[in-house]
Design a protein around this ligand. Structure first.
Ligand code: AMP
Length: 114
């Protein structure tokens, strides 16, 4: 999608610190980390938000979740634990309109969120 920053990252038109990549997903460091480990997992295909997931996206979503444990291991947070966050829409705090999963860890994370 023309103006989408995460599409530009997926297409390598904008640089990022890539952690993992395959045919369908890209994982890169968040530019404004909220924890010692903070990466974003995105589908390369433009899906605007969680609200836009349908059966066509099922394989990608499943692939993302299946990949998370090995990413956590690669990032050194598998044993101590980590958090996956998907912000959706205005109240959910979504600021980039391309579906993304935050993987946060490396410190004890507080709950509930503000
Ligand atoms: P959200 O608020 O859930 O939409 O999360 C968007 C995230 O994208 C924020 O944590 C930003 O810090 C991050 N972000 C925005 N632009 C970039 C970029 N060019 N490279 C890496 N992370 C980015």
């Amino acid at each position: 999608m023309g103006d989408c920053i995460f599409c530009k990252i997926a297409n390598k038109d904008v640089s990022s610190k890539i952690i993992y990549e395959d045919d369908t997903i890209l994982v890169f460091e968040d530019v404004n980390p909220q924890a010692p480990v903070h990466v974003l997992i995105i589908p390369k295909q433009h899906i605007p938000s969680l609200n836009d997931i349908d059966s066509d996206a099922a394989e990608i979503i499943s692939h993302i979740f299946m990949k998370i444990p090995s990413l956590a291991e690669q990032l050194g947070v598998q044993d101590n634990g980590y958090r996956i966050v998907v912000n959706c829409g205005t109240d959910g705090g979504q600021s980039v309109g391309h579906l993304h999963y935050h993987l946060l860890g490396g410190r004890t994370l507080t709950w509930p969120p503000g």
